[in-house]
Ligand binder design. Structure first.
Ligand SMILES: [Zn+2]
Ligand SMILES: [Zn+2]
Length: 504
């Protein structure tokens, strides 16, 4: 049993404020407790924590934070302005740490990350000096949120569709065969969501595919398509952006299982947060995360033509084993245009916005932003599992043609997982040694300090209950390295004393 810690009572504010240097006697208690938790390997809270352990979680921490600048109790740390240039030896240090990335702790504390001269890429001097005095046991990690990979994105549409575009930049087609504009409607059969586009018959160039092809048990197959393309890509881009925006709820309902309460309620809460989060910055971050998520889902599924206008084509009715059976297929050049628009107008700008705004919010380190940071990180980590799953499906599909690898693109999966680790490291750093998923959110004092309203408090209580029920599953997927499971990365948000683990 962990040592009782009633003697270490603190206001909840200090509990949230986190990285607090300890007094020697308390330091011993914390280190003892922490090593016991580590030895127990059960890094996720016991299913039924005792009242004592719950209380000690709330009261965990120490006397009210001193004015140490590390103890940014709910307020922003402002960058101290330097007067004049750095001395030469400091300049060398800075350029070195820039190359090796400053570690999460030094980055968050705006302190110089001093590499150990004997092990320049190992634990930095700041972390090694502080580690024995800190509550937060996160190791020295040289991660940067802005380096996180959130997308499976090539640099151009597939050359098997067309060779017209060698980047994801919008370049209009200028050689048309006909002046006549036709309107078709596309759908992915996601909750009835569909959009219409103006298309026109083009003059095919060398490299334009005029049939859709796919792999089957017996080799490559193809179905002919009409040479039609989007007449005005920029105009269509505006429609697509609005489509993504107005279908966030539809996509959540379609892709997220309503019976999985933890997953569904978190997406719902994030969606609601796009209108009701406390600051504009938080609202726009949640919007960007969800737009990115919707566009990523769009990329994972094929469109079909669902209008009466089918451009004179026939449906694919001869390969019942293929996913496109019975459908009117989108011509390859048009598909390439859709990919360019989705990538250049939604995926890339949203990825950039998410990483920049998340980094910014995390760096501000304000208690009141914690809730938004949690929702965003949850969705991004779930997305990582979905992308990993997609890579596994692709590998299995191509396994028909003789591949044995678990993932289609192993390196890409590694990048996704590095990104997930980075976000987990910053999230746990934001917790600063506290355990928000073990706190009693029915207690008004906790709510006031964390700036949660009644709805958010209810959400946190339900989340806490869900996590307690899922402890066994979470441990199982972690132990068995089931990276494709919806919760492989998400469950690590709830670990006590989280440390990064090697994945693929
Ligand atoms: Zn450092
Ligand atoms: Zn460090």
């Amino acid at each position: 049993m962990p040592p009782r810690e009633e003697s270490i009572r603190v206001p909840v504010e200090a509990h949230w404020a986190g990285v607090i240097p300890t007094r020697p006697s308390q330091q011993q208690t914390l280190e003892k407790r922490s090593s016991q938790e580590r030895a127990g390997r059960l890094t996720i809270r016991p299913l039924h924590p005792s009242p004592e352990s719950r209380r000690s979680d709330i009261n965990r921490g120490l006397k009210p934070a001193s004015r140490d600048r590390r103890c940014n109790t709910g307020s922003e740390i402002r960058k101290a302005k330097r007067q004049g240039p750095l001395p030469p030896d400091k300049r060398i240090e800075t350029s070195h740490t820039r190359k090796a990335n400053a570690c999460v702790r030094c980055h968050m504390q705006r302190s110089r990350c001093l590499p150990n001269p004997d092990d320049p890429f190992g634990c930095c001097l700041t972390c090694s000096q502080l580690s024995r005095r800190m509550i937060t046991k996160i190791p020295c990690l040289r991660y940067k949120i802005s380096d996180s990979q959130l997308l499976d994105k090539g640099t151009h549409p597939r050359f098997s569709w067309t060779r017209r575009w060698t980047s994801m930049k919008i370049v209009e087609i200028d050689a048309w065969k006909s002046d006549e504009l036709k309107i078709i409607t596309l759908t992915q059969d996601v909750g009835g969501a569909e959009y219409s586009l103006q298309v026109r018959e083009f003059l095919p160039l060398e490299g334009d595919a005029l049939a859709r092809t796919w792999n089957s048990r017996d080799g490559t197959r193809s179905h002919p398509c009409a040479p039609y393309a989007i007449a005005d890509m920029r105009a269509m881009g505006n429609i697509l952006v609005k489509f993504v925006d107005s279908n966030i709820g539809t996509f959540i309902s379609h892709y997220i299982n309503k019976n999985d309460h933890l997953m569904y309620q978190t997406y719902e809460m994030a969606h609601r947060g796009t209108n009701k989060s406390q600051t504009m910055q938080e609202r726009s971050l949640l919007k960007a995360v969800l737009r990115l998520w919707v566009a990523s889902r769009m990329e994972s599924k094929q469109e079909r033509i669902c209008s009466k206008e089918v451009l004179g084509m026939t449906p694919q009715t001869w390969d019942p084993e293929a996913g496109n059976f019975g459908k009117y297929l989108v011509p390859p050049v048009m598909q390439a245009q859709i990919e360019i628009l989705t990538t250049s107008l939604v995926l890339l700008p949203m990825k950039q916005a998410v990483l920049k705004d998340l980094q910014h919010l995390v760096e501000k380190s304000q208690v009141r932003s914690w809730f938004t940071i949690y929702l965003c990180t949850f969705i991004l980590l779930h997305s990582c599992a979905l992308l990993t799953h997609a890579e596994a499906v692709r590998a299995a599909r191509e396994g028909l043609l003789g591949s044995n690898s678990r993932y289609h693109n192993h390196q890409l999966v590694e990048e996704f997982h590095n990104g997930a680790r980075t976000m987990l490291a910053y999230f746990h750093y934001c917790n600063k040694g506290s355990h928000p998923f073990t706190i009693d959110w029915a207690n008004q004092t906790n709510l006031t300090f964390a700036h949660l309203d009644a709805e958010q408090a209810k959400f946190m209580q339900k989340t806490k209950a869900e996590i307690e029920q899922r402890g066994d599953h979470f441990r199982y997927i972690k132990r068995n390295k089931i990276f494709e499971d919806d919760y492989y990365f998400v469950s690590q948000l709830y670990e006590l004393n989280w440390t990064p683990t090697h994945t693929v």
